[in-house]
Design a protein around this ligand. Structure first.
Ligand code: FES
Length: 191
């Protein structure tokens, strides 16, 4: 699997560096997850994207006390944003002075990565091309391009995930947040 070395290296070369998230301790949770590399082609698509989200695939490694390391195919949604506009659209993710309200930067290099899990009851939403929004097939929750909650029973907007550059490769961290509550509470760093 090709990694995002070239693309991210180019971005870093112009002076934008993604900070490394050292410790993630969101509300109600502890520990950290594994960083997973994104593919070169998909990161290039994200760089070139304008008003459409890009589906980014990766291998999620997970392990518990009883089983050996498991690997599963996963995906997230990436969008390219103007940071100021995104902050205005998603006040639930930022403090009043514009800092991330999560223990990691929500916007990195003008990219935002969304978990594909609906905050209502955990189904997977998808991008509705004709409606120009994210839509969940289970109970009809809808979210705009910025992940803002538009309609349906979801109690919050879409959940951003950490993104970083490591040795020239774009990596994301999988976090599963509790469904059906307004706050973002970590329940798992595995699938
Ligand atoms: S799980 Fe998405 S709307 Fe219910």
């Amino acid at each position: 699997m090709a990694k995002a070395t070239t693309v991210m290296g180019g971005i870093i070369g112009v002076g934008l560096v993604i900070p490394i998230v050292g410790s993630l301790l969101p509300k109600g949770g502890g520990g950290t997850g594994n960083w997973a590399p994104l593919t070169d082609d998909e990161v290039k698509q994200l760089q070139a994207a304008t008003a459409k989200p890009v589906k980014l695939t990766f291998s999620l490694k997970s392990k518990d006390s009883y089983l050996p390391m498991q690997t599963s195919d996963e995906y997230v949604w990436g969008i390219k944003v103007d940071q100021a506009k995104f902050e205005a659209a998603r006040p639930d993710l930022f403090t009043k002075d514009g800092k991330s309200d999560l223990p990691y930067d929500v916007v990195n290099m003008n990219f935002v990565i969304f978990s594909p899990i609906c905050p209502h009851l955990g189904c997977r939403f998808a991008w509705d091309e004709s409606g120009n929004k994210f839509a969940c097939p289970c109970h009809g929750s809808q979210f705009n391009f910025d992940g803002e909650h538009l309609a349906g029973p979801a109690p919050r907007g879409l959940d951003p995930l950490p993104l970083r550059e490591q040795s020239g490769t774009a990596e994301i961290m999988w976090i599963r947040y509790k469904s059906s509550v307004e706050d973002r509470i970590v329940i798992s760093y595995q699938s």
